[in-house]
Design a protein around this ligand. Structure first.
Ligand code: FMN
Length: 376
């Protein structure tokens, strides 16, 4: 595989582990991925919820936990480390500042369009910031909107862009209708986004790598999506079933035990569809049962915490801690294909060897096809 270049940052293997909250991808998984030459990503969503006394001051708990996880990942790896930040988080600005101060290599900004940037970025100046900014979007239109906005307002553009298609796990940037009726293939989204980036690449004399996410499962999938123009892949589901993934074994086993029919879409209380693995708890939620809770702090800007039937952050944390009777597992559409837990190294080895094999096969097919053309 060709290394991924994002500005002056070179990533040996163009595989990015998607940030997964709550507490699914922390320093353990991120450092293991970085050690294999990919990008390991710590998810900042609800990161402080496991800290003692978080109910009293979740803002402080989030801060402490994010600093600790970044520093721990750095101790365990000299590789490339990123942080995934949801724009929808109430303390998004603060956590972004921490990620920049801790000099993480990249920040992935999803769950909302990262149009605005906190003041410290301008005080410090883009040129003095080590961290690369990478928005996550679900369409070429959204990518264009973010790049246009940054260009006009900040005279600067993001360093790369992730396009996440309809097969991804977690919250999805599509309506339920878009997901269920003729979902647009990821390859189309990639082609459109690559084309939409050309004017910005010309304007800024730099390349803007388009990164593909959602439903990528094998090395052969990577070959296909690279053919559509992606320069790297961001994978979540595959990394859940690794020994190094920070979730409890019961969470990983829910992937192993699932069948195709278990992978369901639900309406999350934050107003977005989410993909989950079916369970008794999911059925209770689907029936409209409520799970009363006390909200110590409104962690998501747009959460109507007095009205929502349950706390999404708490439910996700419960599942990460293996309490599957009071939580559900977010998962990509391919989660049912997972049948064993492997090490991150084994996963990388498998993906790379599948990739090389699929590439070789393509080359043979192409030369066979041209030989036939010449003969005819
Ligand atoms: C368990 C789980 C939790 C996730 N949590 C988040 C999250 O907190 N924020 C986010 O932006 N994306 C989240 N995602 C999306 C992943 O980062 C990644 O983009 C996506 O899973 C890619 O699709 P795949 O799972 O088919 O590989 C999550 C995905 C999974 C499977």
């Amino acid at each position: 595989m060709r290394p991924l270049k994002i500005g002056d940052l070179e990533i040996k293997i163009p595989i990015i582990q998607g940030g997964m909250g709550v507490a699914i991808s922390l320093s353990g998984l991120a450092s293991a991925v970085a050690n294999q030459g990919g990008i390991g990503v710590i998810s900042a969503a609800g990161i402080g919820m496991r800290e003692p006394g978080f109910e009293k001051n979740l803002r402080q708990a989030n801060r402490n936990a994010l600093i600790r996880e970044i520093q721990t990942a750095r101790k365990k790896s000299n590789g490339v480390i990123g942080v995934n930040l949801m724009v929808a988080l109430s303390d998004y600005d603060e956590l972004l500042k921490i990620a920049v101060e801790e000099k993480v290599d990249l920040v992935f900004m999803g769950a909302g369009l990262p149009l605005k940037l906190p003041e410290f970025v301008f005080e410090q100046g883009f040129e003095n910031i080590h961290t690369k900014f990478v928005p996550k979007v679900s369409s070429a239109k959204a990518a264009k909107l973010v790049f246009q906005y940054w260009h006009q307002k900040f005279n600067h553009i993001p360093d790369a862009v992730v396009v996440e298609g309809p097969l991804a796990g977690g919250h999805l940037g599509f309506s339920m209708k878009e997901l269920t009726e003729n979902p647009v293939p990821l390859s189309e989204l990639i082609k459109e986004t690559v084309a939409a980036m050309i004017p910005f690449e010309e304007l800024y004399h730099k390349s803007i790598p388009v990164i593909a996410a959602g439903g990528i499962y094998t090395g052969s999938d990577i070959v296909s999506i690279f053919e559509a123009g992606a320069k790297a892949v961001k994978m979540g589901t595959r990394f859940v079933a690794t020994h190094e993934c920070d979730a409890d074994l019961a969470f990983k086993e829910s992937y192993l035990n699932s069948i195709k029919e278990d992978i369901l879409l639900i309406n999350s209380p934050v107003g977005l569809p989410g993909r989950v693995i079916n369970s008794d708890f999911v059925q209770q939620i689907k029936r409209g049962e409520t799970k009363p809770f006390k909200c110590p702090w409104k962690c998501l800007k747009n959460c109507d915490y007095k009205q929502v039937p349950y706390c999404i952050s708490k439910v996700l944390l419960n599942s990460a801690q293996g309490k599957m009777d009071i939580g559900f597992a977010f998962a990509g559409a391919n989660a049912f294909r997972v049948n064993k837990i492997v090490s991150v190294k084994e996963l990388f080895d498998e993906l790379i060897s599948e990739y090389e094999h699929a590439l070789e096969l393509k080359k043979h097919q192409n030369s066979f096809a041209s030989a036939i053309r010449i003969a005819v």
